[in-house]
Design a protein around this ligand. Structure first.
Ligand code: TRP
Length: 450
């Protein structure tokens, strides 16, 4: 609200605030809900190794590219592209980012709503060892009103925080939420690893079986690396635009990647030991967090308590990511159209809520409505994962590599100098490796789908 006058867009109060907000964006449903089931359905540890390599090879250069564009211009994506390539149509890629933020948040908020609703169900003690968790989950997502109410609540909280600005909204909430999230992770990992029979889960998670690896595995690993680091839609451009000129890019990039990867790995240490301790199926897919885990919690000592903590964790992780998605949309209207932050957050948040309605209903009342054989929720998910995010990543690497020029981006990354200097390898990755890898992912992803 009352950002300092000399800096009307606002800026982070401290570099820790930025790091927490950026890792908060990266750490989300992707780490705690999606990562374990992608690992579970793609051959466990063999997938893990490939994923880690791809995070370093694809994730790090793209993250550096986004951070340098943001820090150098001090602007959100559309304005940043206009500033670096005046008179061209490049600003239009910034518009794609805004649309992507819109699309992802609309269904992300629906899933976050499920997590919040499960938190309250667990707290109220509605689950017991006799519950049929698959039926409860299907019943929940197929019903019309309850998921919509939670979707509304989640969007209202997100709007409320973004309304308050960079320091008083985002920074202040991540300073509380991120430590809380870390504490919940530690408590849950201890509970899970101390269950009798948990070792089988560890060996599934950590023992590589390379016979499971196919080209499809590599595509899933690249997709997951993109998604989990919030890359390809200008989140990191936007967040870095609020950085001061003396902040150090390489250290922050390594911090974001390190913490995000650590938390995804730890989420696996919570889920697999618990699932194996109770002889449940580790490859249950999307239902792992909402069906298998509640079943686990209903059977272990202190289950309701730990179960509530798990869904609280999921809700917090989703919230800190949602903040970044809405901020991309809002900062565009503030920078380009001089809207007030309050008007932009409220109005855009409301439209995102509206787009989420058909996504939520597509599991029940509107399941008959399909696009290319997918229900509306799956269609939005497909759109962002297979088209919008890879396209965004491709545009960023081409823009930074060839239009703005990789060496300029590298100069920004290395100024002020810090212990870790970005070398010439960066130019090669941005100009050749990334565009090629991303284009391949897009093409094979689409061929595979249709
Ligand atoms: N990274 C988040 C997760 O792992 C999701 C997310 C937030 C995201 N912002 C994003 C994904 C921007 C892509 C782009 O859950």
């Amino acid at each position: 609200m009352n950002e300092p006058n000399n800096c009307p867009r606002g800026s982070w109060k401290s570099s820790l605030g930025f790091l927490l907000a950026a890792t908060g964006s990266a750490v989300g449903l992707g780490n705690i809900w999606r990562f374990p089931y992608v690992v579970g359905t793609n051959g466990g540890a063999a997938f893990l190794i490939i994923y880690l390599i791809l995070v370093a090879v694809i994730g790090l250069p793209l993250l550096l590219a986004e951070l340098t564009v943001g820090k150098h211009t001090g602007k959100s994506p559309v304005s940043a592209f206009k500033a670096l390539a005046p008179g061209t149509k490049w600003w239009f890629s910034g518009m794609i980012f805004v649309i992507t933020g819109f699309v992802i948040l609309s269904f992300y908020s629906v899933v976050a709503g499920w997590a919040m609703s499960y938190f309250f169900k667990t707290v109220r003690g509605l689950f017991s060892a006799e519950t049929d968790f698959a039926a409860v989950f299907t019943g929940h997502i197929e019903s019309s009103l309850t998921p919509l109410i939670w979707h509304l609540v989640f969007m209202a909280i997100t709007i409320g925080i973004i309304c308050c600005g960079i320091v008083k909204g985002i920074e202040r909430s991540v300073r509380v939420l991120m430590p809380a999230l870390s504490l919940l992770l530690v408590v849950l990992v201890i509970r899970s690893l101390t269950l009798p029979g948990s070792a089988a889960g560890l060996s599934f998670y950590l023992k590589p079986d390379f016979s499971e690896i196919s080209p499809q595995t590599i595509l899933s690993a690249i997709g997951q690396a993109f998604y989990t680091l919030s890359l390809g839609m200008g989140v990191m451009i936007t967040y870095a635009s609020y950085l001061s000129k003396d902040s150090k890019i390489p250290g922050n990039a390594l911090g974001i990647i390190g913490i995000d990867t650590l938390i995804a790995l730890v989420a696996g240490f919570i889920i697999f030991p618990a699932v194996f301790a109770l002889n449940l199926d580790p490859s249950a897919g999307a239902g792992l967090a909402f069906i298998t885990l509640p079943a686990v919690f209903s059977q272990i000592p202190g289950g309701l308590f730990f179960g509530s903590l798990f869904f609280l964790l999921l809700s917090i992780a989703a919230l800190t990511s949602a903040l970044s998605l809405l901020e991309v949309v809002v900062s565009w209207l503030i920078d380009e159209h001089n809207w007030s932050r309050k008007k932009a957050s409220a109005l855009m948040g409301f439209f995102i809520f509206l787009l989420g309605i058909p996504a939520s209903l597509s599991f029940g009342a509107w399941s008959g409505f399909t696009i290319a054989g997918m229900n509306f929720f799956d269609f939005l998910d497909f759109l962002q994962e297979s088209i919008l995010l890879p396209l965004g990543g491709l545009l960023i690497s081409i823009f930074v590599g060839y239009v703005w020029k990789a060496h300029r981006s590298r100069k920004v990354a290395n100024d002020p100098p810090c212990g870790f200097n970005i070398g010439k390898w960066y130019d090669i990755f941005i100009r050749f490796v990334l565009p090629l890898a991303i284009a391949l992912v897009m093409i094979f992803g689409l061929i595979d789908r249709f």
